[in-house]
Design a binder for this molecule. Structure first.
Ligand SMILES: [Fe+2]
Length: 238
């Protein structure tokens, strides 16, 4: 039985720069945000959600374009292992897209939010207890640090919002990264302003936000961004 990443010291994980340490750091931040989310409503909930999106979407995007392809190259059962977490990521993308379509006071949000929190926690458990220890077992400290750097570089420039239609695998997701990142980061600024002071920004900026969301979803429908997809992570209802 391999030891979970959650139970190891930083030095055992390959040091501060190791991909395993960086992963765990983000997972701990996510758990803090999920605890903040519990009990919030309205604009406060929107702000916590925005922080969760900015953490999890670039994080998962960099996993899908850097880490999982590496796992498929080096592990004989890499395909099945990574497919499981790609399915979880796909569900997260679909749940967040569903949330975006619901008004802040819609009672239908409650079960969607509950499931979102549940899937995010399952995803962390699968990675820390199963996938990452497998990677740790075969890579040297130097490789873990190199992978940490590659993952970090992609993470910093990756899309920050849900994109259920984009492939969860290269090459589609890599092609999608640049235009969607730009659109997402503008949406983050606009939505942040709307949530901070709805009375100050007025309906104009809300329309800008909705327009950017629509544009991002049209961009992700471009066929080239769906290449590489496993059929089981195609969005439901498309
Ligand atoms: Fe992760």
């Amino acid at each position: 039985m391999m030891r979970s990443i959650a139970e190891q010291k930083v030095d055992e994980l390959g040091g501060r720069l190791s991909v395993l340490t960086r992963q765990r750091r983000d997972h701990v931040k996510l758990e803090d945000l999920l605890e903040d989310l519990a009990g919030t409503t309205g604009a406060a909930q929107g702000q916590v959600l925005l922080r969760i999106y900015r953490l999890v979407f670039p994080h998962a995007f960099a996993e899908e374009s850097v880490l999982w392809p590496m796992m498929r190259r080096v592990l004989p059962d890499g395909h099945e292992l990574t497919l499981e977490v790609e399915r979880e990521h796909q569900e997260v993308n679909e749940l967040v897209t569903a949330l975006e379509a619901l008004e802040a006071d819609d009672p239908a949000r409650e079960p969607v939010l509950a499931r979102l929190v549940e899937v995010l926690r399952e995803d962390v458990r699968d990675e820390e207890d199963v996938l990452l220890p497998r990677l740790q077992a075969i890579l040297s400290r130097a490789r873990l640090r190199g992978l940490g750097l590659a993952w970090e570089v992609v993470r910093r420039t990756a899309p920050t919002r849900a994109h259920p239609v984009v492939a969860r695998r290269p090459p589609g997701n890599v092609v999608a990264a640049v235009p969607l990142s730009v659109l997402d980061r503008v949406r983050d600024l606009v939505d942040g302003a709307v949530l901070r002071g709805p009375e100050r920004v007025g309906p104009g900026l809300r329309r800008v936000s909705a327009g950017l969301a629509g544009l991002a979803h049209r961009v992700e429908h471009l066929p080239v961004m769906r290449r590489g997809e496993d059929p089981s992570t195609r969005p439901t209802g498309h």
